[in-house]
Design a protein around this ligand. Sequence first.
Ligand code: KG4
Ligand code: ZN
Length: 348
Amino acid sequence: MADAPLILGIETSCDETGIGIVRGHTLLADALASSVAEHARFGGVVPEVASRAHLEAIVPTMDRALAEAGVTIADIDAIAVTSGPGLAGALLVGVAAAKGYALAAEKPVYGVNHLAAHVAVDTLEHGPLPEPAIALLVSGGHSSLLLVDDLARGVTPLGATIDDAAGEAFDKVARLLGLPFPGGPYVDREAAAGDPAAIGFPRGLTAAKDLAAHRYDFSFSGLKTAVARWVEARQRAGEPVPVADVAASFQEAVCDVLTAKALAACQAHGVDTLVIGGGVAANSRLRVLAEQRAAKLGIRVRVPRPKLCTDNGAMVAALGSHLVAAGVAPSRLDLPADSALPLTTVSV
Ligand code: KG4
Ligand code: ZN
């Protein structure tokens, strides 16, 4: 791998400005600037604030990544950038930067899919991904199950959330419990001290009548409402809300459904590798439960370390590296920032 191409990845689809550099499957730099603190008081990411923060952070983050890897832009063989999906104005900053650097340094540029990058990042930790694999992608904006036949050329969607994304549910429940934004890590921490069986929250789209049409789809909106009603009833009765138990029981409901459906997809497709990516893949209970249930079925679970699960530039570089190795042609220099880029388009 010593002579594998040197790939730089740029990520600006949401609130993290990420620039990563990889050679083959080896991570050389992963520079990150987050605007999350600027959004916290609004309880969600404010697109205009995010775009502005990317604009301010992109050049310093680029300089940090190059310094961390000990290379210059002239040494880079190709630049990959998140083309979509994501916030339009935020994506535009990364895409414009990628074009500028590519043009100035005469490098090929690959516009890539953010969700495919969440899958590709695992190769930096566990090496080449066996194909076919099933991928469970769970982030603040997306929850999908995919059949990955050929990550360089296309993925097959099996199911997705029909309402809230898993991360969104974590963030909303955190808010109900008075925890800070983004709520996932705080719910995770609270849940560690709670009883996951304390409250029997609903498991969306798992009833026999729902499975026919929604076997691999998710729904978290009913769960979020059930948590809200439960908390309100406590408050009305003047009783304290057992935050740790609510967090643990909610988290258990989410992780139960995610792992059950992902492993059912593995079995139905005769696939023995499940890769989990996206911010919610950082969840400690999801990691343990997936591992335990998969082991019983002889299925191998691959989840990258938490820092690689949430948005970063290394994941974009990892997908770029995979595309270059697979001989995929670069994008045109007028490549778009496409906020609604379909999951099936790995590179534009
Ligand atoms: O992939 P990501 O960084 O950004 C998107 O593409 O959306 O995912 C962010 C989401 C947030 O909703 C956050 O609350 C959630 O991932 N998250 C977690 C954990 N860490 C981050 N959810 C549950 N448990 C965690 N430990
Ligand atoms: Zn993401």
